[in-house]
Design a protein around this ligand. Structure first.
Ligand code: VG1
Ligand code: CO
Length: 544
């Protein structure tokens, strides 16, 4: 079969954001739009031809169609073998696992993560390198540059591949192997956690949990691991059927979008444990009885307790957190005597540190936690980690958290999002803050004194690469912080994120309500950013 060479012209705006290229489905359906981006990957990542490529996605609308296009183009570009999850399904962490396990040249993951799906929803594509992680900026920059000059792409004229039957088929000279999307990942989880202990916890008869898959990709993973292998009661996994439009929901595991689950952990009949994951399975939310664990605290708790879990028994080498994530993990690292890194937002910035063995655990405030077992954040991994801790420590989530705070102090934390703000108003707000920065140190704002104020820039300690303008940080003498950042994953207007944090050493004050306790800082942030005047919004859309 001869490759066809199709003439094309560049599209504007194919620059990958925090995690790949994300656009409305309608944008991806324009003739040549997906093809241009995929060809830009093959043109710049030249070692992918001649090797094995992993392909899979979160199952959202347009996933199957996109996979057919990618497979034809992969064959036409000389890829020798493609590993594809059955039904086109691979959660983001499972894709990372498969890329690494079979020593492939990389993978193409189709997902817009927690963004809604369906014909009017979002779609996304990203390239992961052979180490299993999201491509670093040098690679995404090269792919983007290529999309601006592209003139042609290669494909094959052949029928669609059957994605639903396990086994090997051919497209032109390329072998396509349809693999079970769950088994490699489930095996990896069994190698890290004490499945017997968790099994006993489920069998104890006094432990009740639910996992909300939000009609997204973790449904089949959670059913296999939590219900089948760990023996939790059938029905433990809620919304376990993966749907193309996620049942019309917003598959984002947080207090705003997983309300049903949150309600099940409150009230007289409250569950002992609740957890949820997002569209592509890399995020997690952890809830105990009447208790919400902030992702920042979760990272700190996992770091402090890692030695209790088989996969991390030898201890952790270091931790990293994204800049806006609270400094709770820093306190743990200090006590453990291990390194702690502060990186820009986005999992790609952890890759080098993980590859170099400088860190074992890492996390982001945006419900992302992970370790060196793969090169993506991993939702179910975090849930299993917590279950393993609960089984070993024989304590409730709230008890573990309270003890943690007593030992390390508590970093109160919240994030306020203003969504679909006018893009130029949002840019104007950030520019306004940038102009203020030099004059802030030493200034008194509310009851706080500014100790430093900057636009965060990061030099990767491993390869020396530099990333600038990663968010505005205002640090106070008390240790409190306010961070302003614009989202790089949205598809409409701009999303302004304000991250707030303060440290409370006094255990008597650890049980305060977060929003109430943070009110003074919230007011400082609103005033400093002139939020209402510039965005027309008096309240945030999402508070987590
Ligand atoms: C958001 C989060 C960031 C995360 C990214 C991808 O990015 O803040 O921490 O890495 O989403 O997560 P942004 O630029 O919108 O703030 V996922 O689960 O969407 O792949
Ligand atoms: Co995600």
């Amino acid at each position: 079969m001869q490759p066809q060479v199709i003439a094309t012209t560049p599209f504007e705006g194919q620059r990958p954001g925090t995690s790949g290229l994300r656009k409305k489905v309608g944008a991806f359906r324009q003739p040549h739009y997906l093809e241009n981006f995929v060809q830009a990957i093959f043109d710049t990542q030249t070692d992918v031809a001649g090797g094995t490529l992993v392909v899979g996605g979160d199952g959202r609308y347009y996933n199957r169609e996109a996979i057919q296009t990618i497979l034809r183009m992969a064959a036409a570009n000389g890829v020798k073998r493609a590993l594809v999850g059955r039904g086109g399904i691979l959660s983001t962490p499972a894709a990372s696992c498969v890329i690494r396990k079979y020593r492939t040249r990389g993978g193409i993951i189709l997902s817009a993560s927690h963004n809604p799906g369906g014909p009017d929803g979002d779609f996304g594509i990203k390239f992961n390198i052979a180490a299993g992680g999201p491509a670093p900026e040098s690679v995404t920059d090269a792919i983007f540059a290529r999309t601006q000059t592209i003139r042609e792409y290669r494909t094959l004229d052949c029928p669609a591949t059957d994605l639903d039957t396990l086994g090997t088929v051919r497209i032109g000279d390329m072998e396509v192997e349809i693999i079970d999307p769950v088994s490699d990942y489930a095996e990896l989880m069994e190698s890290l956690f004490d499945f017997n202990a968790i099994h006993q916890l489920f069998n104890s008869g006094i432990f009740r949990m639910r996992f909300d898959a939000m009609h997204a990709v973790t449904g089949p993973y959670a059913k296999e691991i939590i219900e089948t292998r760990l023996g939790a009661a059938p029905g433990t996994v809620l919304n376990g059927e993966a749907l193309e439009d996620f049942g019309g929901g917003h598959p984002d595991p947080n207090l705003a979008h997983a309300k049903e689950l949150v309600a099940m952990t409150e009230g007289p009949d409250a569950l002992d444990f609740g957890a949820a994951s997002d569209g592509d399975g890399d995020r997690n939310m952890i809830l105990g009885k009447k208790c919400f664990v902030t992702p920042s605290d979760s990272l700190a708790v996992l770091a402090a307790n890692a030695h209790l879990v088989p996969g991390y028994r030898a201890g952790i080498r270091g931790v990293a957190r994204s800049m806006p994530t609270s400094q709770a993990a820093d306190r743990v690292a200090e006590q453990l005597g291990v390194e702690c890194f502060e990186t820009p937002t986005g999992w790609k910035f952890f890759g080098n540190l993980l590859d170099a063995g400088r860190i074992t655990l890492c996390g982001e405030e945006s419900f992302g936690t992970g370790s060196d077992h793969v090169r993506e954040k991993d939702g179910l991994w975090a849930v299993l980690f917590w279950l393993n801790l609960l089984a070993v420590r024989q304590q409730s989530v709230a008890e573990i958290l309270a003890e943690h705070w007593r030992r390390f102090g508590r970093n109160f934390y919240t994030r306020h999002d203003y969504e679909e703000v006018d893009a130029s108003a949002a840019e104007g707000l950030m520019d306004h803050l940038r102009i203020l920065l030099p004059d802030l140190p030493g200034r008194r704002l509310g009851d706080q004194t500014v100790s430093y104020a900057d636009d965060f820039a990061y030099t990767d300690p491993i390869d020396g690469s530099r990333s600038e303008r990663q968010g505005i940080r205002i640090g106070f003498e008390s240790g409190a912080r306010i961070v302003f950042r614009l989202s790089g994953t949205g598809t409409e207007g701009a999303t302004l994120r304000i991250y707030l944090e303060f440290f409370e050493p006094d255990p008597e004050r650890h049980q305060r309500d977060t929003q109430e306790a943070m009110q003074p800082l919230i007011l400082i942030a609103r005033e400093l950013g002139q939020i209402e005047a510039r965005t027309g919004r008096s309240e945030p859309d999402v508070v987590t």
